[in-house]
Design a protein around this ligand. Structure first.
Ligand code: SAM
Length: 291
């Protein structure tokens, strides 16, 4: 057995435990906060395994909820920091962990915060990996915010709505390639990492789920500072705002005129009659550099 295998010290949550905890805490899952709780030990073990995290990782978990994934993470890594927006859930999580994984309870920090706004100074530790069953309505902005603001994150394994997983991992030319695909690619290599059915959640969601893995570039092919990112993302947003139009037309507002859009596209080595859905992140970086 490798050092990074589960310790077997956490009693994971099954369907009965999830229902009992929710009842005890007076939790009524809300759609607004994307609250669908996993009640399947195999699913959370699989997520931790595909995340590839080990003892030395400091894992940032967004939306720990009742603690299903948190317990599986604590069973493998030495430190987890969980960011939860729901005060009731945030307050009860340490208790759940103390009961179900007493030896590991000291390895958890819970921070009551909105993951869309959380910054490194809000956390007591510096996270190296993001592992989360993300609230589906804000999954993409949360993922992009965390990669932008936490340069220490070298990898992410997130569960999101299957359609969003497809979009994040799409390649140029695919029908679902768009803003999330390019922006995620700006930070690292993105790939689908599995599918998850509806039956492992309570309440059962209306959509299928998928796993996505992002590995931050160890040697980024372009500058990743905030100013450069802002310029590249502005070009991406403009190109996809009217995705059926040619780039010359779609980027005319962004560049000031269609002629200027054409000049900049040509300067970046991009055919002006193409559509944005054919451009990879590197092409958007070249385009932004023509400013
Ligand atoms: N991780 C748990 C599981 O797998 O059972 C719960 C996942 S549930 C899909 C999403 C969780 O994210 C909920 O606990 C919800 O309260 C929390 N949440 C929703 N919006 C959030 C936000 N903006 N910041 C932090 N947590 C959020």
């Amino acid at each position: 057995m490798s050092d990074d295998s589960p310790r077997g010290q956490a009693a994971l949550l099954g369907p009965a435990e999830v229902r009992t905890l929710a009842e005890e805490f007076g939790v009524r899952p809300t759609k607004q906060l994307g609250q669908n709780f996993v009640h399947d030990a195999n699913t959370v073990r699989r997520i931790v395994s595909v995340a590839g995290v080990g003892r030395d990782d400091v894992v940032l978990e967004v939306g720990p909820g009742l603690g299903s994934l948190t317990l599986a993470l604590l069973d493998v890594v030495d430190r987890v920091v969980a960011v939860e927006i729901d005060p009731k859930l945030a307050a009860r999580l340490p208790e759940t962990v103390a009961q179900r994984a007493p030896e590991l309870a000291g390895n958890l920090d819970v921070v009551l915060q909105d993951a869309m706004k959380v910054m490194p100074d809000d956390l007591p530790v510096t996270p190296t990996a993001l592992v989360a069953n993300l609230p589906y309505n804000v999954a993409v902005p949360v993922l992009l915010h965390l990669f932008a603001e936490f340069p220490s994150l070298r990898t992410a394994l997130v569960m999101v709505q299957a359609e969003v997983a497809d979009r994040l991992a799409a390649q140029p030319g695919s029908k679902v390639y768009g803003v999330p695909s390019v922006k995620a690619c700006f930070f690292g290599e993105v790939r689908r990492a599995g599918a998850v059915g509806r039956a492992v959640f309570w309440p059962v969601p209306q959509v299928e789920s998928g796993l996505v893995r992002v590995d931050r570039y160890t040697e980024p092919p372009w500058p990743t500072d905030a100013e450069h990112r802002r310029r590249v993302f502005a070009a991406v947003d403009a190109a996809f705002a009217q995705r059926r139009k040619t780039l010359r037309a779609a980027l005319s507002g962004w560049a000031g005129s269609a002629a200027e859009a054409e000049r900049r596209l040509v300067a970046a080595g991009i055919e002006p009659s193409m559509r944005g859905e054919k451009l990879d992140a590197a092409a958007f970086v070249r385009l932004a550099a023509t400013e």
